[in-house]
Design a protein around this ligand. Structure first.
Ligand code: UD1
Ligand code: UDP
Length: 380
């Protein structure tokens, strides 16, 4: 039987993290002719991650421009993808998440009638403005994909509500957990040593809908927490989006116990996560990783499409108002009982076997064999 040509696409840092375990698995399958396509939406950040996982893209499209607009990026991606798809003629394209890369891949596949498998399918807030533009991107993928790999039951149920046929949906967990525990301990590299009498807060910010006032309020709350707790240090790898970088450096640049650094390689960021006392983030992936490591997460967003950690009591949706963020952080730093309740750990987003299930499902889709461990799939 001729091998099936499968193209794994990624464009940004989180897609690289979450696609790496799938690429590593597919490499071992002799029925697959695997191709990897990097759109270059994040020129530096995604390549850094893939280097940690020993992955080098077969093709790179190099679409990134400084301070790119959504329109410019979307147009460039669509134009660049068309000849690639015509050239590769894949039996299946696979993309992950909710970025502009993923949405344009889904659309480009639709135009050329190429089956598209969506990883991390079914996340929804129900609000097109939050997160922006990701909620729209997810809905587009939900309409266009042939296979929907949902990380959780609630994600699968969201797809069913949108009339996605049940047989196209599989609950597999999130490959971010495969990635998190996939790097050997010896590869991890602590980027920062905190003084023994201090607690490390690891922070990230980058959401588009928070640019401007909400971002300023989040940063003010963190700055004031550091000023009122002298046993606290913040490590903040600054996202290279100029809208983030400018504001963060202006507002937090000159504080002694706030350490701003360049984006960290994955092996260092996940080492810092393991060292952290708590995590402040508006990132999707970090909301999934921190609970798996038993780190309380303060989510600085108005809505989250990842309610499982909040429901399990290991994350707090703190919003973007100054007072609430300050109060939540203050509570976690002063109330040991409250802290311990949130530091319980648990992994609502997966067990580290998502990539294995995805490859099993692909094998089944192409009639290569029956699923190896059907009982390992959560039934809808
Ligand atoms: C993008 C995704 C967002 C995802 C985030 C992960 C879209 C619209 N947004 O947001 O969903 O959560 O990535 O980090 O798909 N830049 C660099 N070097 C890099 C990467 C970015 O310089 O390696 C700078 C460039 O100036 C670029 C800007 O950041 O124009 C914005 O990048 P873009 O991918 O459009 O948006 P993000 O905010 O990174
Ligand atoms: N990450 C990293 N270095 C950093 C910050 C984050 O490697 O300096 C990783 C993090 O572990 C997670 C992913 O990047 O796996 C999340 O990406 P990001 O927050 O940019 O995007 P989102 O998940 O919000 O789409």
């Amino acid at each position: 039987m001729p091998r099936k040509r499968i193209v794994c696409v990624y464009g940004t840092r989180p897609e690289a993290v979450k696609m790496a375990p799938i690429i590593q698995r597919l490499r071992k399958e002799n029925w697959v002719e695997l191709r990897t396509l990097f759109t270059g939406q994040h020129r530096e950040l995604a390549s850094e991650v893939m280097a940690d996982f020993g992955i080098d893209a077969d093709t790179s499209l190099n679409v990134m421009a400084p301070d790119q607009t959504l329109t410019g990026l979307t147009a460039k991606l669509l134009q660049a993808l068309e000849p690639q798809l015509q050239h590769e003629k894949p039996d299946m394209m696979i993309a992950q998440g909710d970025t502009t890369t993923v949405m344009t891949v889904a659309l480009a596949c639709f135009y050329q009638k190429i089956p598209f498998a969506h990883i991390e399918a079914g996340l929804r807030t129900g609000d097109m403005q939050n997160p922006f533009p990701e909620e729209f991107n997810r809905v587009v993928c939900g309409r266009l994909a042939s296979l929907h790999f949902a990380p959780t039951r609630s994600a699968a149920e969201a797809l069913l509500k949108e009339q996605v046929p049940k047989e196209q949906i599989m609950i597999v967990g999130n490959t971010v957990i495969d990635a998190l525990f996939g790097l050997p301990e010896t590869a991890l590299e602590a980027p920062w040593q905190t003084r023994e009498d201090r607690r490390l807060i690891l922070m990230t910010v980058h959401r588009r809908e928070n640019f401007g006032e909400p971002l300023a309020r989040i940063l003010s709350a963190v700055r004031d927490i550091v000023d009122t707790h002298d046993n606290v240090e913040v490590l903040l790898p600054v996202h290279p989006n100029p809208n983030v970088e400018r504001t963060v450096r202006d507002m937090l640049g000159s504080r002694e116990r706030i350490h701003l650094c360049s984006p960290l390689p994955y092996r260092q960021f996940t080492a810092a996560l393991r060292q952290a006392y708590l995590v402040i983030t508006d990132s999707g992936g970090v909301q999934e990783e921190a609970p798996a490591l038993g780190k309380p997460v303060v989510v600085t967003r108005e809505q989250t499409e990842r309610p499982e950690a909040v429901e399990a009591g290991v994350a707090v949706l703190a919003g973007t108002q100054y007072k609430r963020i300050y109060d939540v952080l203050n509570m976690l730093l002063t109330d040991q009982k409250a802290y311990r309740r949130m530091a319980l750990g648990g992994s609502p987003y997966g067990d580290g076997k998502a990539a294995e299930r995805i490859v099993d499902a692909l094998r089944h889709y192409f009639d290569i064999s029956a699923r190896r461990e059907t009982e390992d799939f959560v039934e809808l």
